[in-house]
Write a protein that binds this ligand. Sequence first.
Ligand code: FE2
Length: 338
Amino acid sequence: MPKVSDVPNLGKAVVDALQRGAPDIDLNDLPILQDMSADRLTENVIAINSNTPDQRQKFVLEQLVKHVHAFAKEVNLTTEEWMAGIKFLTATGQMCTDIRQEFILLSDIFGLSALVDTINHPKPEGATEATVLGPFFVEDAKTIQIGEAIASDGKGEHMLVKGRVTDLQGKPVARCLIETWETDEEGYYDTQYGEFEMDCRGRLYTDDDGNYSFRCVKPVPYPIPNDGPVGKLLRSMDRHVFRPSHLHMMFQKEGMEELITSLYFENDIFLTSDAVFGVKSSLVTDPKLIEDEAVAKSHGFKNGPYWHLDRDFVLITTEESKAQIAKEREERAKEVSA
Ligand SMILES: [Fe+2]
């Protein structure tokens, strides 16, 4: 059999399509599909996809087809349900703009974003766990000195965050860049206001002994965007749309694996029902309320009380990170084949 364009007496539609860039496949290279019974359908789709040159793409698509077909069979997907799903995904796409990513939100509320993050940033015992970056990180935040504030004065409840950044052996990570960002006392990020004025975010460097400290406001819970199809879906499942209060922190130092994480706070009402599954118990902290005015002032606050949070972070090297990813991949492969 020849290439498609070698076939005699092609209709105009086929010729036009080839001229417009439709692939001119050598028909000899294609697997021959079997009868399209429900039993054979999955293997037929996998067979016709089997010429995919990129081996990783081929593997991922093969697994996707297998799982999607198995899903349809397992739930006995009705035509109406299939159409409802198509309509939902269409609406999700139509909700997306340059600043609104409804598909990522969909991935978030089913835990897929958190899962992909965990698969790609596994940490060995003793290292600080990672969690999702979220949509509110901004480049070029103001650089502050150790002990200074990332939040403008007079807002919310004061909080001091201090500690040390080390490697797995406990050696300090000196001059490590820390980026941190949080909601203000109302639960909004600075980017969510009509006029963008940077606040409640900043960057600082650890000292030679790995120490850092900064002042901020105690963050509060906030809703994920819920005026679109994903919000409607959550309502239909009797789920809420809130994230527990958290402080985002990101650590960068040459030779070390970048750490993107967040700190959460004990007793937060949404701690055990985070709409996007970002909470890891090792990241839950318990800041202490310090009411002594003199101590508050000694840390640079105009007045007390303030929340005091001591928190160390343990980074891993890029080599340790690669080894951990390889180890966990192997373990998952064993689980899948078992
Ligand atoms: Fe956040």
